[in-house]
Design a protein around this ligand. Structure first.
Ligand code: 13P
Ligand code: SF4
Length: 329
């Protein structure tokens, strides 16, 4: 009797991938291909340490779009998630933008589809739309201005006080910005699957174990977590805070654990403790960001694919709100 494996729906599409010869020196090959292609490698702080170390530039989502805008490379190899690579493409429509894995999405961007958003927006016709950079190009095209977690407060403060505001898609960042600015905003109910996993209950326990540690958190965490935090900031701001706060030696970090690579690198000897997600896993990793690997980066540079495309009309409309943000810094 033979037993067949029952057909099960897979949580994500897993394409057939070429198996790379494990004896290949990937670092050397990536460096060679980068030169051959006149490519620049941009990486977000949530990438694995070895990808951060081989990149030409590592940054938060604001710095990455600033760097993408100024590049004279012919190819941008973007090690991050799709909305970040798409933003680089919007800023460089004449260049080739590739990603190691085009399935690297984002729960915030993916759960804010443009058709549903447009219908929802019919209730708020006279509102200024501020969209977090964690949105698709189509949502950016429907927005007045884009922000990142680094400049969200500055962006909202730039909007005249008599204007009503819709903020999408992260409700936690939106609530935090409302608190900082005193502005009322209508919030799209989106969330990040990584940051929503941190709970005040688990953090209270962790703080008891590390009484001298400061808790630092990304504003995508829920309110009860932010209320406990000693410092709140974007990935870049959290890294800088750890580096600059030299009278503190220990930090509990409530964001994706990729940032800890830079913290340890820039301040050797510092104790950084990753906040545990509620799921029982020991470390918080973004399942989308971590689809990118050195092997896939090598293949992407070799084959110049998967390539990121944005339709011309959408890119044109999305560029204005992105440029508006970049002008504010
Ligand atoms: P930063 O802008 O702080 O880098 O955040 C990007 C992101 O996706 C956070 O989850
Ligand atoms: Fe999106 Fe959250 Fe991953 Fe950032 S950590 S890319 S917000 S899913």
């Amino acid at each position: 009797m033979t037993t067949s494996v029952p057909k099960m729906p897979l949580p994500i599409h897993i394409p057939d991938r070429e198996i790379i010869d494990p004896s290949i020196d990937l670092e050397a090959e990536i460096a060679r291909l980068k030169k051959e292609r006149n490519a620049i490698i941009l990486a977000h702080y949530y990438q694995d340490g070895e990808i951060q170390d081989i990149a030409d530039f590592v940054g938060d989502s604001l710095a990455l779009s600033q760097r993408a805008k100024g590049t004279d490379a012919d190819v941008i190899a973007f090690c991050g998630v799709h909305f970040m690579a798409e933003t680089a493409k919007i800023l460089n429509m004449g260049k080739t933008v590739i990603m190691p894995d085009s399935d690297a999405g984002c729960s915030l961007a993916d759960r804010c589809p443009p058709d549903v958003f447009s219908e929802w927006m019919e209730q708020y016709p006279d509102h200024v739309v501020v969209s977090y950079i964690n949105t698709s190009a189509s949502i950016k095209a429907l927005s007045d201005i884009i922000c990142t977690s680094t400049n969200a407060v500055r962006v909202v403060e730039s909007i005249p006080a008599d204007k009503k505001i819709v903020f999408c898609p992260d409700r936690h960042l939106g609530r935090w910005v409302m608190k900082q600015t005193g502005r009322e905003m209508v919030l799209w109910p989106g969330f990040c699957v990584v940051h929503e996993q941190f709970t005040a209950r688990k953090l209270v326990k962790l703080k008891r174990l590390h009484p001298t540690a400061q808790l630092i958190a990304h504003p995508e965490c829920e309110q009860s977590v932010l209320d406990m935090a000693d410092y709140i900031g974007s990935t870049n701001q959290l890294i800088n805070y750890v580096v600059d706060t030299t009278d503190v030696d220990s930090f509990i970090v409530a964001t994706e654990m990729g940032v800890m690579h830079q913290m340890r690198k820039r301040r050797p000897g510092v104790e950084v403790i990753g906040a545990e997600p509620a799921s029982g896993c020991e470390c918080a990793v973004c399942p989308y960001m971590r689809l990118n690997t050195m092997e896939k980066l090598y293949l992407a540079l070799r084959d110049l694919k998967p390539e990121v495309h944005v339709p011309e009309d959408i890119a044109k409309r999305a560029l204005a709100p992105v440029e508006k943000m970049l002008a504010l810094g």
